[in-house]
Design a protein around this ligand. Structure first.
Ligand code: GMT
Length: 380
Protein backbone atom coordinates (compact mmCIF):
# COMPACT_ATOMS: atom_id res chain seq x y z
CA UNK A 1 0.00 0.00 0.00
CA UNK A 2 1.01 3.62 -0.43
CA UNK A 3 0.21 5.35 2.83
CA UNK A 4 0.35 9.04 3.70
CA UNK A 5 1.06 9.76 7.38
CA UNK A 6 0.41 13.23 8.77
CA UNK A 7 1.70 14.06 12.25
CA UNK A 8 3.46 16.55 14.46
CA UNK A 9 7.20 16.06 14.05
CA UNK A 10 8.11 16.94 17.64
CA UNK A 11 8.84 14.85 20.75
CA UNK A 12 5.09 14.62 21.60
CA UNK A 13 3.61 11.15 21.93
CA UNK A 14 1.41 11.38 18.85
CA UNK A 15 4.34 12.23 16.59
CA UNK A 16 6.49 9.50 18.11
CA UNK A 17 3.75 6.92 17.64
CA UNK A 18 2.99 8.01 14.06
CA UNK A 19 6.67 7.91 13.12
CA UNK A 20 7.23 4.47 14.65
CA UNK A 21 4.09 3.24 12.87
CA UNK A 22 5.38 4.56 9.53
CA UNK A 23 8.80 2.97 10.06
CA UNK A 24 7.23 -0.38 10.90
CA UNK A 25 4.91 -0.22 7.88
CA UNK A 26 7.89 0.56 5.65
CA UNK A 27 9.67 -2.50 7.06
CA UNK A 28 6.62 -4.51 6.06
CA UNK A 29 7.06 -3.33 2.46
CA UNK A 30 4.52 -0.51 2.36
CA UNK A 31 5.47 2.82 0.84
CA UNK A 32 5.12 5.48 3.52
CA UNK A 33 4.91 9.22 2.87
CA UNK A 34 5.31 11.48 5.91
CA UNK A 35 3.71 14.89 5.46
CA UNK A 36 4.63 17.49 8.09
CA UNK A 37 6.50 20.75 8.57
CA UNK A 38 9.78 19.31 9.85
CA UNK A 39 11.60 15.99 9.80
CA UNK A 40 9.96 13.92 12.60
CA UNK A 41 12.40 13.41 15.50
CA UNK A 42 12.21 9.64 15.39
CA UNK A 43 12.60 9.53 11.59
CA UNK A 44 16.31 8.97 11.97
CA UNK A 45 16.87 6.04 9.61
CA UNK A 46 17.20 5.53 5.90
CA UNK A 47 14.60 3.25 4.38
CA UNK A 48 13.94 3.14 0.64
CA UNK A 49 10.19 2.85 1.38
CA UNK A 50 10.04 6.08 3.39
CA UNK A 51 9.46 9.51 1.86
CA UNK A 52 9.31 12.82 3.66
CA UNK A 53 7.36 15.76 2.26
CA UNK A 54 7.93 19.04 4.01
CA UNK A 55 5.01 21.44 4.29
CA UNK A 56 6.30 24.91 3.47
CA UNK A 57 4.35 27.82 4.83
CA UNK A 58 5.33 30.96 2.93
CA UNK A 59 5.22 34.11 5.03
CA UNK A 60 3.73 37.37 3.85
CA UNK A 61 3.65 40.75 5.61
CA UNK A 62 -0.14 40.52 5.87
CA UNK A 63 -0.02 37.27 7.82
CA UNK A 64 0.27 37.55 11.58
CA UNK A 65 -0.65 33.85 11.50
CA UNK A 66 0.66 32.07 8.38
CA UNK A 67 -2.09 29.64 7.26
CA UNK A 68 -0.44 26.25 8.01
CA UNK A 69 -3.63 24.29 7.49
CA UNK A 70 -4.00 25.59 3.91
CA UNK A 71 -0.38 24.78 3.11
CA UNK A 72 -0.81 21.33 4.69
CA UNK A 73 -3.98 20.55 2.69
CA UNK A 74 -2.26 21.66 -0.54
CA UNK A 75 0.76 19.45 0.20
CA UNK A 76 -1.59 16.54 0.96
CA UNK A 77 -3.28 17.03 -2.44
CA UNK A 78 0.08 17.13 -4.19
CA UNK A 79 1.34 13.96 -2.49
CA UNK A 80 -1.94 12.03 -2.89
CA UNK A 81 -2.06 12.74 -6.62
CA UNK A 82 1.61 12.58 -7.56
CA UNK A 83 2.44 9.53 -5.46
CA UNK A 84 -0.90 7.83 -6.04
CA UNK A 85 -1.56 7.27 -2.33
CA UNK A 86 -4.03 4.59 -1.30
CA UNK A 87 -4.98 6.31 1.93
CA UNK A 88 -4.17 9.12 4.32
CA UNK A 89 -3.68 8.42 8.03
CA UNK A 90 -3.69 11.57 10.15
CA UNK A 91 -2.54 11.66 13.77
CA UNK A 92 -3.90 14.26 16.21
CA UNK A 93 -7.15 15.81 15.01
CA UNK A 94 -6.12 19.47 15.05
CA UNK A 95 -5.60 20.65 12.33
CA UNK A 96 -4.78 17.39 10.56
CA UNK A 97 -8.31 15.98 10.28
CA UNK A 98 -9.80 19.18 8.86
CA UNK A 99 -6.89 19.66 6.44
CA UNK A 100 -7.39 16.05 5.32
CA UNK A 101 -11.10 16.72 4.74
CA UNK A 102 -10.22 19.68 2.55
CA UNK A 103 -7.60 17.68 0.63
CA UNK A 104 -10.10 14.85 0.13
CA UNK A 105 -12.64 17.22 -1.44
CA UNK A 106 -10.03 18.78 -3.71
CA UNK A 107 -8.75 15.39 -4.91
CA UNK A 108 -12.34 14.26 -5.53
CA UNK A 109 -13.00 17.31 -7.67
CA UNK A 110 -9.65 17.21 -9.48
CA UNK A 111 -9.45 13.55 -10.46
CA UNK A 112 -12.58 11.85 -9.16
CA UNK A 113 -10.81 9.78 -6.50
CA UNK A 114 -12.24 9.31 -3.02
CA UNK A 115 -9.09 9.06 -0.92
CA UNK A 116 -9.83 7.31 2.40
CA UNK A 117 -8.95 9.35 5.49
CA UNK A 118 -8.24 7.65 8.81
CA UNK A 119 -8.00 9.88 11.87
CA UNK A 120 -6.26 8.70 15.04
CA UNK A 121 -7.15 10.66 18.15
CA UNK A 122 -4.30 10.91 20.63
CA UNK A 123 -5.32 12.88 23.69
CA UNK A 124 -5.14 16.61 24.11
CA UNK A 125 -6.61 17.05 20.61
CA UNK A 126 -9.81 15.90 22.35
CA UNK A 127 -9.51 16.47 26.07
CA UNK A 128 -7.76 19.81 26.29
CA UNK A 129 -7.52 21.70 23.01
CA UNK A 130 -10.21 20.07 20.88
CA UNK A 131 -13.13 20.66 23.20
CA UNK A 132 -12.32 24.36 23.50
CA UNK A 133 -15.16 26.33 21.87
CA UNK A 134 -12.80 27.90 19.36
CA UNK A 135 -12.03 24.52 17.82
CA UNK A 136 -14.92 22.21 18.73
CA UNK A 137 -17.20 22.66 15.66
CA UNK A 138 -14.35 22.02 13.22
CA UNK A 139 -13.05 19.08 15.26
CA UNK A 140 -16.51 17.47 15.46
CA UNK A 141 -17.14 17.98 11.75
CA UNK A 142 -13.78 16.69 10.58
CA UNK A 143 -13.84 13.63 12.86
CA UNK A 144 -17.29 12.77 11.51
CA UNK A 145 -16.05 13.20 7.94
CA UNK A 146 -13.17 10.75 8.44
CA UNK A 147 -13.70 7.33 6.89
CA UNK A 148 -12.38 5.63 10.01
CA UNK A 149 -11.63 6.97 13.48
CA UNK A 150 -9.35 5.33 15.99
CA UNK A 151 -8.50 6.25 19.57
CA UNK A 152 -5.42 5.11 21.47
CA UNK A 153 -7.36 3.89 24.53
CA UNK A 154 -10.88 3.04 25.66
CA UNK A 155 -10.78 6.04 27.93
CA UNK A 156 -10.05 8.39 25.03
CA UNK A 157 -12.80 6.80 22.93
CA UNK A 158 -15.29 7.35 25.76
CA UNK A 159 -14.11 10.91 26.37
CA UNK A 160 -14.52 11.67 22.66
CA UNK A 161 -18.11 10.42 22.70
CA UNK A 162 -18.70 12.46 25.87
CA UNK A 163 -17.43 15.76 24.50
CA UNK A 164 -18.31 15.61 20.79
CA UNK A 165 -21.40 14.63 18.79
CA UNK A 166 -19.68 11.77 16.97
CA UNK A 167 -21.93 9.76 14.69
CA UNK A 168 -19.46 7.03 13.81
CA UNK A 169 -17.78 4.14 15.50
CA UNK A 170 -14.46 4.94 17.13
CA UNK A 171 -12.20 1.89 17.11
CA UNK A 172 -9.64 1.47 19.87
CA UNK A 173 -6.16 0.59 18.66
CA UNK A 174 -3.75 0.75 21.56
CA UNK A 175 -0.39 2.44 21.25
CA UNK A 176 2.57 0.15 20.93
CA UNK A 177 6.23 -0.12 21.80
CA UNK A 178 9.10 -1.85 20.06
CA UNK A 179 10.07 -3.98 23.04
CA UNK A 180 13.27 -5.18 21.36
CA UNK A 181 14.52 -1.58 21.33
CA UNK A 182 13.78 -0.91 25.00
CA UNK A 183 14.78 -4.28 26.42
CA UNK A 184 18.40 -3.19 26.96
CA UNK A 185 21.04 -3.97 29.53
CA UNK A 186 21.98 -0.92 31.63
CA UNK A 187 25.20 0.76 30.51
CA UNK A 188 27.29 0.38 33.68
CA UNK A 189 29.59 3.39 33.25
CA UNK A 190 26.52 5.59 32.70
CA UNK A 191 24.82 4.22 35.82
CA UNK A 192 28.01 4.85 37.79
CA UNK A 193 28.19 8.47 36.69
CA UNK A 194 24.59 9.09 37.67
CA UNK A 195 24.56 7.03 40.86
CA UNK A 196 28.19 6.49 41.98
CA UNK A 197 27.24 4.88 45.28
CA UNK A 198 24.64 2.51 43.88
CA UNK A 199 21.75 4.86 44.63
CA UNK A 200 18.35 3.97 43.21
CA UNK A 201 17.42 5.97 40.09
CA UNK A 202 14.04 7.57 39.48
CA UNK A 203 13.13 9.13 36.17
CA UNK A 204 10.55 11.29 34.47
CA UNK A 205 10.26 12.13 30.76
CA UNK A 206 7.78 14.49 29.13
CA UNK A 207 7.39 17.81 27.39
CA UNK A 208 6.97 19.53 30.77
CA UNK A 209 3.53 20.95 30.06
CA UNK A 210 1.11 21.79 32.90
CA UNK A 211 -0.89 18.62 32.23
CA UNK A 212 2.16 16.55 33.29
CA UNK A 213 2.25 18.06 36.85
CA UNK A 214 6.05 17.84 36.81
CA UNK A 215 6.48 19.61 40.15
CA UNK A 216 4.76 16.56 41.71
CA UNK A 217 7.73 14.53 40.44
CA UNK A 218 10.07 16.78 42.42
CA UNK A 219 7.90 16.51 45.54
CA UNK A 220 7.74 12.73 45.35
CA UNK A 221 11.48 12.58 44.88
CA UNK A 222 12.05 14.90 47.86
CA UNK A 223 10.01 12.52 50.05
CA UNK A 224 11.98 9.51 48.74
CA UNK A 225 15.26 11.31 49.34
CA UNK A 226 14.37 11.73 53.02
CA UNK A 227 14.20 7.96 53.46
CA UNK A 228 16.86 6.60 51.12
CA UNK A 229 19.65 7.75 48.80
CA UNK A 230 18.39 8.18 45.29
CA UNK A 231 18.89 10.20 42.12
CA UNK A 232 16.32 11.72 39.79
CA UNK A 233 16.69 12.10 36.03
CA UNK A 234 14.38 14.61 34.35
CA UNK A 235 14.26 14.10 30.58
CA UNK A 236 12.67 16.53 28.14
CA UNK A 237 11.97 20.21 28.20
CA UNK A 238 9.03 22.57 28.25
CA UNK A 239 7.28 25.43 30.03
CA UNK A 240 7.25 23.90 33.54
CA UNK A 241 10.95 23.07 33.69
CA UNK A 242 12.02 26.31 35.42
CA UNK A 243 9.40 25.74 38.16
CA UNK A 244 10.82 22.24 38.73
CA UNK A 245 14.38 23.50 38.92
CA UNK A 246 13.36 26.17 41.40
CA UNK A 247 11.41 23.72 43.55
CA UNK A 248 14.32 21.28 43.62
CA UNK A 249 16.57 24.11 44.87
CA UNK A 250 13.99 25.23 47.45
CA UNK A 251 13.67 21.68 48.78
CA UNK A 252 17.46 21.35 48.93
CA UNK A 253 17.59 18.30 46.67
CA UNK A 254 18.94 19.92 43.49
CA UNK A 255 22.32 18.17 43.71
CA UNK A 256 20.47 14.85 43.31
CA UNK A 257 18.36 15.94 40.33
CA UNK A 258 19.70 16.06 36.78
CA UNK A 259 17.83 17.82 34.00
CA UNK A 260 18.97 16.12 30.82
CA UNK A 261 16.87 18.07 28.30
CA UNK A 262 15.53 16.46 25.14
CA UNK A 263 17.12 13.09 24.47
CA UNK A 264 16.79 10.77 21.50
CA UNK A 265 18.43 7.73 23.12
CA UNK A 266 15.69 7.49 25.72
CA UNK A 267 16.10 3.70 25.92
CA UNK A 268 19.62 4.05 27.35
CA UNK A 269 18.37 6.32 30.11
CA UNK A 270 15.35 4.13 30.87
CA UNK A 271 17.64 1.10 31.10
CA UNK A 272 19.36 2.52 34.20
CA UNK A 273 16.20 3.72 35.94
CA UNK A 274 14.37 1.76 38.61
CA UNK A 275 11.17 3.79 38.83
CA UNK A 276 9.41 6.00 36.28
CA UNK A 277 7.22 8.76 37.72
CA UNK A 278 4.24 10.03 35.70
CA UNK A 279 1.95 12.13 37.92
CA UNK A 280 -0.09 13.56 35.00
CA UNK A 281 -3.42 15.31 35.33
CA UNK A 282 -4.49 13.29 32.29
CA UNK A 283 -2.97 10.76 29.91
CA UNK A 284 -5.10 9.27 27.17
CA UNK A 285 -2.68 6.34 27.14
CA UNK A 286 0.78 7.23 28.47
CA UNK A 287 3.20 6.06 25.80
CA UNK A 288 6.12 7.21 27.96
CA UNK A 289 4.92 4.84 30.71
CA UNK A 290 4.70 1.93 28.27
CA UNK A 291 8.22 2.59 27.00
CA UNK A 292 9.43 2.65 30.62
CA UNK A 293 7.75 -0.69 31.32
CA UNK A 294 9.39 -2.22 28.24
CA UNK A 295 12.71 -1.11 29.75
CA UNK A 296 11.82 -2.76 33.10
CA UNK A 297 11.30 0.50 34.95
CA UNK A 298 8.38 0.35 37.38
CA UNK A 299 5.79 3.05 36.71
CA UNK A 300 4.30 5.03 39.58
CA UNK A 301 1.66 7.25 38.06
CA UNK A 302 -1.73 8.76 38.60
CA UNK A 303 -4.80 6.75 37.70
CA UNK A 304 -5.92 9.43 35.23
CA UNK A 305 -7.33 8.69 31.77
CA UNK A 306 -6.15 5.49 30.15
CA UNK A 307 -3.16 4.78 32.43
CA UNK A 308 -5.01 1.97 34.18
CA UNK A 309 -5.43 0.26 30.81
CA UNK A 310 -1.68 -0.40 30.70
CA UNK A 311 -0.49 -0.34 34.30
CA UNK A 312 -1.88 -2.93 36.75
CA UNK A 313 -2.10 -1.66 40.31
CA UNK A 314 0.25 -3.50 42.68
CA UNK A 315 1.41 -5.88 39.96
CA UNK A 316 3.19 -3.98 37.20
CA UNK A 317 3.32 -0.63 39.00
CA UNK A 318 1.32 1.70 41.21
CA UNK A 319 -1.27 4.41 40.66
CA UNK A 320 -2.73 7.12 42.89
CA UNK A 321 -5.23 9.94 42.49
CA UNK A 322 -4.11 13.08 40.68
CA UNK A 323 -2.15 15.30 43.09
CA UNK A 324 -1.84 12.61 45.78
CA UNK A 325 1.89 13.10 46.22
CA UNK A 326 1.88 11.40 49.64
CA UNK A 327 0.57 8.09 48.28
CA UNK A 328 2.90 8.14 45.26
CA UNK A 329 5.83 8.85 47.61
CA UNK A 330 4.87 5.96 49.90
CA UNK A 331 4.67 3.59 46.93
CA UNK A 332 8.09 4.73 45.73
CA UNK A 333 9.73 4.42 49.18
CA UNK A 334 8.24 0.97 49.86
CA UNK A 335 9.23 -0.30 46.43
CA UNK A 336 12.75 1.11 46.42
CA UNK A 337 13.41 -0.28 49.91
CA UNK A 338 12.62 -3.84 48.89
CA UNK A 339 14.83 -5.27 46.14
CA UNK A 340 12.87 -8.52 45.88
CA UNK A 341 9.63 -6.64 45.28
CA UNK A 342 11.35 -4.17 42.93
CA UNK A 343 12.79 -6.94 40.74
CA UNK A 344 9.47 -8.82 40.71
CA UNK A 345 7.60 -5.72 39.58
CA UNK A 346 10.23 -4.84 36.98
CA UNK A 347 9.70 -8.24 35.39
CA UNK A 348 5.89 -7.93 35.59
CA UNK A 349 6.10 -4.50 33.94
CA UNK A 350 8.17 -5.96 31.14
CA UNK A 351 5.74 -8.86 30.62
CA UNK A 352 2.84 -6.39 30.48
CA UNK A 353 4.67 -4.26 27.89
CA UNK A 354 5.02 -7.35 25.68
CA UNK A 355 1.23 -7.32 25.21
CA UNK A 356 1.62 -3.92 23.52
CA UNK A 357 4.58 -4.94 21.40
CA UNK A 358 4.74 -3.41 17.94
CA UNK A 359 4.40 -6.88 16.40
CA UNK A 360 0.92 -7.25 17.90
CA UNK A 361 -0.42 -3.82 16.89
CA UNK A 362 0.90 -3.24 13.35
CA UNK A 363 -1.28 -6.03 11.86
CA UNK A 364 -4.34 -4.33 13.39
CA UNK A 365 -3.52 -1.11 11.51
CA UNK A 366 -2.84 -3.06 8.33
CA UNK A 367 -6.21 -4.79 8.61
CA UNK A 368 -7.90 -1.43 9.11
CA UNK A 369 -6.14 0.00 6.05
CA UNK A 370 -7.16 -3.08 4.05
CA UNK A 371 -10.82 -2.33 4.76
CA UNK A 372 -10.57 1.15 3.28
CA UNK A 373 -7.77 0.91 0.77
CA UNK A 374 -8.93 1.94 -2.70
CA UNK A 375 -12.54 2.22 -1.56
CA UNK A 376 -13.13 4.30 -4.69
CA UNK A 377 -11.87 1.48 -6.91
CA UNK A 378 -14.95 -0.63 -7.69
CA UNK A 379 -12.83 -3.47 -9.07
CA UNK A 380 -10.86 -3.79 -5.80
O1 GMT B 1 1.00 14.88 25.93
C1 GMT B 1 1.93 14.55 25.21
O2 GMT B 1 3.01 14.13 25.64
C2 GMT B 1 1.81 14.74 23.75
C3 GMT B 1 0.54 14.16 23.25
C4 GMT B 1 0.50 14.17 21.78
O3 GMT B 1 -0.58 13.93 21.27
O4 GMT B 1 1.47 14.46 21.08
O5 GMT B 1 0.39 12.87 23.83
C5 GMT B 1 -0.86 12.21 23.80
O6 GMT B 1 -0.70 11.17 22.88
C6 GMT B 1 0.19 10.12 23.28
C7 GMT B 1 0.33 9.14 22.12
O7 GMT B 1 -0.89 8.57 21.77
C8 GMT B 1 -0.35 9.47 24.54
O8 GMT B 1 0.49 8.42 24.95
C9 GMT B 1 -0.41 10.54 25.64
O9 GMT B 1 -0.99 9.95 26.79
C10 GMT B 1 -1.27 11.71 25.19
N1 GMT B 1 -1.16 12.79 26.14
C11 GMT B 1 -2.22 13.19 26.86
O10 GMT B 1 -3.32 12.66 26.80
C12 GMT B 1 -1.96 14.31 27.82
Amino acid sequence: MRIGIVCYPTFGGSGVLATELGKALADEGHQVHFITYQQPVRLNIFNANIFYHEVRVPTYPLFDYPPYEVALASTMVDVIINHDLDLLHVHYAIPHASAAYMAKQIVKQKNGRNIPVITTLHGTDITLVGKDKTYEPVVTFSINQSDAITAVSKNLRDETYRFFAIEKEIEVIYNFVDVSRFNKKPIDPFRKVIAPNGEKILMHASNFRKVKRVTDVIEVFAAVQQKLSAKLLMVGDGPERPACEELARELGIDEHVRFLGKQEQIEDILAVSDVFLLPSEYESFGLAALEAMAARSVVISTNAGGLSEINIQGETGYMADVGDVATMSKYAIDLLSDDVLLNKMKEAAYQQALLFDIKNIIPIYEALYGRFCRMDDVSA
